[in-house]
Design a protein around this ligand. Structure first.
Ligand code: NDP
Length: 314
């Protein structure tokens, strides 16, 4: 199939808070950014409900609505926002090549990668059905809605341990569902969990089903050693079994850690390739908040602008 070639100064891949913030800054700096949204325009926030911790929205806002606001602001300054999926890149030359949907080839002087990460899920149909209605992959985002209630969290890594202790401060009781007889989390984090009186760890346990029609009203868990089922009376169900950064197409070109998070020069958004910048969750496995992603998107646009100015590209 023949592909159309288009030349741009600044290509932004991804449309979460990081991508849109990069777009706002790049557009206002007259870089005429072109953005491809990816398959989930608006990113992870479009699958959450209420966002209460983003500064500037004192009454809170629905995640999808907030992303519409981000988009409108990016478009107001001239960002060309298009639906499309980047499937291949070639970062070998001074001009960076990115293929979109195998029909368009973009030649970009700068590329800002804002492809984000995706939460891993258990894969239960009930989990999908109740996602956003009691099922969440972000305790910091949604824990508040379960204040004084009983909740469950699945996972045994540092994220699950950290989120379990976070939830324990808000909720009456937290059940931590661990599939093995030990945790992967650091010893210090494990100690913190064990020393929290309102966290009960369910070892060797797996979730059979999340209960509820419209919202979560329980979870069925099986201990695979004793084969005993147990029904947990919970109204919130958190999944913290890891995230996967959406960075597969860049792996032949950029440095990444063992999980696929892109390595940037500390304190910047610069990758090892000049003119290619990485922002948001694609390079951050620790903070992963909308506001931190937005902040790093801003860094990406400023770094791109400076790179173009220093290289004398207009
Ligand atoms: P991890 O990959 O470290 O842990 C995932 C956990 O989920 C494991 O305990 C795993 O179990 C469990 N799990 C995976 N699949 C399933 C499943 N289908 N059912 C039940 N349980 C499942 O991910 P994290 O998000 O916890 O951490 C990612 C990285 O970020 C790590 O390197 C971590 O150290 C780091 N991090 C650091 C923090 C800090 O320093 N403050 C905070 C948060 C993260 P099993 O152990 O059996 O494989």
């Amino acid at each position: 199939m023949s592909t159309a070639i288009e030349k741009v100064n600044c290509l932004i891949i991804g449309s979460g808070p990081a991508g849109y913030t990069a777009a706002i800054y790049a557009a206002r700096a007259a870089l005429k950014p072109l953005m491809y949204t990816g398959l989930q325009p608006g990113g992870q926030l479009t699958i959450t409900t209420e966002v209460e911790n983003y500064p500037g929205y004192p009454k809170g806002i629905q995640g999808p609505e907030m992303m519409e606001d981000f988009k409108a602001q990016a478009e107001r300054f001239g960002t060309d926002v298009r639906f499309g999926y980047a499937s291949k890149v070639d970062f070998s030359g001074p001009v960076h090549k990115v293929w979109i949907d195998e029909t368009t080839e973009i030649h970009a002087n700068t590329v800002i990668i804002a492809t984000g990460a995706s939460a891993k899920w258990l894969g239960l149909p009930s989990e999908e059905k109740l996602n956003g209605f009691g099922v969440s992959a972000c305790a910091v985002c949604d824990g508040f809605f379960f204040k004084g209630q009983d909740v469950a969290i699945v996972g045994a890594g540092d994220t699950a341990a950290e989120e379990a202790t976070y939830l324990a401060k808000l909720c009456k009781k937290v059940y931590m569902i661990v599939r093995r007889s030990e945790m992967r989390a650091s010893k210090a984090m494990q100690q913190r969990v064990i020393n929290t009186p309102n966290i009960e760890i369910l070892w060797d346990s797996e979730t059979k089903e999340i209960l509820g029609e419209k919202t979560v009203n329980g979870a069925l868990v099986v201990n695979h050693k004793t084969k005993q089922d147990r029904k947990l009376d919970v109204t919130g169900f958190f999944v913290a079994i890891g995230h996967k950064p959406n960075t597969d197409i860049f792996k032949d070109w950029l440095e990444m850690d063992e999980s696929g998070y892109i390595k940037t020069i500390p304190g910047t958004s610069k990758t090892k390739i000049k003119g290619v910048f990485a922002v948001g969750d694609a390079q951050d496995k620790v903070y992963r908040q909308a506001v931190t992603a937005a902040g790093s998107g801003c860094m990406g646009a400023l770094d791109a602008e400076r790179y173009l100015a220093e290289a004398g590209i207009h």
